[in-house]
Design a protein around this ligand. Structure first.
Ligand code: ADP
Length: 470
């Protein structure tokens, strides 16, 4: 079996969030299970690019509208990641520092997809399946089936995995000329709500669709940023498969970002040492419970509620706890959080930006991880937190409700709440402060959650069943 993953992110090559983690791990564990798994992604100017050796695998010219462009496929030479990694270089378009956030992202990802399909159409063999991740690869199933130049890929099965349906890659119809000559009678497959919608096109054209948790699959039928009726109509080809975590990367006993390693047996002392390091670095009191938020500062994550909630928590619980926020996102939220930190200097700390190393340090140091997300397709942070003995505090939604059991329930090890509201967050912080003082119960929860197996092995089997079915 040979699977080709097409994605905008892949850890450690380029990562902005969970998509990168998944595409860095799933192929690795597929290889271990005997599946030939490849990843194809754009060539950005990231540190990984310069720290690795590359060989040119293919070079050709393709058209995007009237623009003829040259693309080069380079392959990582030393099998560093445990699977074949290919980068698509399109000079001037993809070779930039950031993954997303440019005004010509539609052109960038369309050209990327054209190059990938053009290249695959020149292969001497056909892969078993082409696995597209999110909207950046969403036009690929359509192009493989309905572009005249790629008809030799028509019968190759395709799978779409939806990591996040909020972002759909909308393009105005004027941009339809960017897509290589296609069967105009299939216009309806590209369209959703009057514009080209790459995510919708992939839902319609892919042989099967997966979401990154079973609950998210159900939620999408009611909340999918406009795609609800489409998902409901296609529900027979949709299945929710919970993400795994890479136990080799996320292991507190070996994590290369940590200086103080620990296992379930040494969790109390190990976490305390990590907390002392972080608290010394940021000027916090290491004897108090440490609450951490890590993530994009956007509405989806309910980051806008955090400043008000933490302000109320400080009013309610005073200096009984410390809070640390790592993330970046909406400017208004960044400002509100920075102001809160400024006004409560010894209690609240903020680190704006993306910092992989600090994130590992915080999972290890924190007592509690706050995730009040409004939308959470799977959520990896809570899984990493649990692996590091940090109690997850989550809103009951999507993958969070599939993975966290409230400590009030039989065998529970986390804190769950219903609303992304200040009141629910403040009440949950109260519950957390109480449990922090009950050292015996806290230790039991830490040991329990650290031993839960969220490894990729079972997830790989679920994906294999899907490939088999297509
Ligand atoms: P998302 O919706 O952002 O993909 P996930 O929970 O699926 O959310 O995955 C988030 C991933 O990104 C985790 O690995 C988390 O540690 C990481 N992450 C998010 N923000 C930051 C940041 N500012 N610095 C470092 N890592 C971050």
């Amino acid at each position: 079996m040979e699977v080709v993953h097409i994605s905008a992110e892949c850890y450690p090559v380029a990562k902005a969030g969970g998509l990168g983690d998944v595409v860095g791990a799933l192929p690795k564990y597929q290889q271990k299970a005997g599946i030939t798994s490849k990843v194809v992604m754009p060539m950005y100017r990231t540190p990984f690019l310069y720290a690795s050796n590359w060989v040119v695998d293919f070079k050709a010219n393709a058209f995007m509208g009237a623009w003829e462009f040259e693309y080069t496929i380079i392959k990582e030479a030393n099998n560093k990641l445990g699977f074949d990694l290919y980068l698509v270089d399109i000079h001037g378009l993809l070779d930039r520092q950031k993954i997303y956030g440019y005004s010509d992202d539609a052109e960038r990802f369309t050209a990327f997809q054209i190059a990938v399909v053009h290249w695959m159409s020149h292969w001497s063999h056909k892969p078993t399946a082409v696995h597209c991740h999110d909207y950046h690869a969403g036009l690929i199933p359509f192009m493989m089936q309905h572009c005249y130049d790629y008809q030799n890929l028509k019968d190759v099965p395709t799978l779409l995995t939806i990591h996040n349906a909020q972002y759909q890659g909308w393009m105005p119809w004027a941009q339809s000329m960017l897509i290589p000559r296609w069967d105009l009678s299939k216009k309806g497959l590209l369209d959703w709500g009057g514009s080209i919608n790459p995510l919708a096109a992939a839902i319609k054209c892919a042989s099967k669709v997966t979401t990154v948790s079973p609950s998210y699959m159900k939620e999408l039928m009611h909340h999918a940023n406009g795609l609800e009726t489409l998902i409901a109509a296609e529900k027979n080809k949709c299945v929710g498969i919970l993400n795994g975590i890479d136990h080799e990367v996320w292991n507190p006993a070996t994590d290369s970002y940590l200086t103080e390693h620990f296992s379930p047996k040494s969790v109390t002392a190990g976490k305390q040492k990590n907390k002392e390091n972080i608290c010394a670095q940021f000027g916090l009191d290491p004897t108090k419970p440490l609450f951490v938020f890590i993530g994009r500062l956007v509405g989806e994550k309910a980051a806008d509620v955090l400043p008000g909630a933490l302000h109320k928590a400080i009013q309610t619980y005073g200096t009984k706890a410390s809070y640390m926020i790592l993330g970046s996102g909406e400017p208004a939220v960044e400002t509100a959080i920075s102001n809160l930190a400024h006004a409560n200097d010894h209690i609240v700390k903020v680190s704006l930006g993306y910092n992989e190393s600090l994130s590992h340090g915080l999972y290890a140091a924190a007592d509690f991880l706050l995730m009040p997300s409004r939308v959470e397709p799977c959520g990896l942070n809570q899984l990493y937190a649990m692996r590091y003995g940090t109690v997850p505090m989550v809103r009951s939604t999507g993958g969070l409700q599939d993975t966290v059991v409230d400590m009030g329930d039989e065998g529970g090890y986390g804190i769950r709440f219903t609303h992304a509201s200040e009141t629910d967050i403040v009440d949950s912080i109260g519950r957390a402060i109480e449990i922090f003082d009950n050292k015996k119960h806290l230790l039991w929860m830490r040991e329990r959650m650290m031993q839960i197996n969220h490894g990729w092995e079972q997830t790989v089997q679920s994906y294999t069943r899907v490939y088999d079915s297509i």
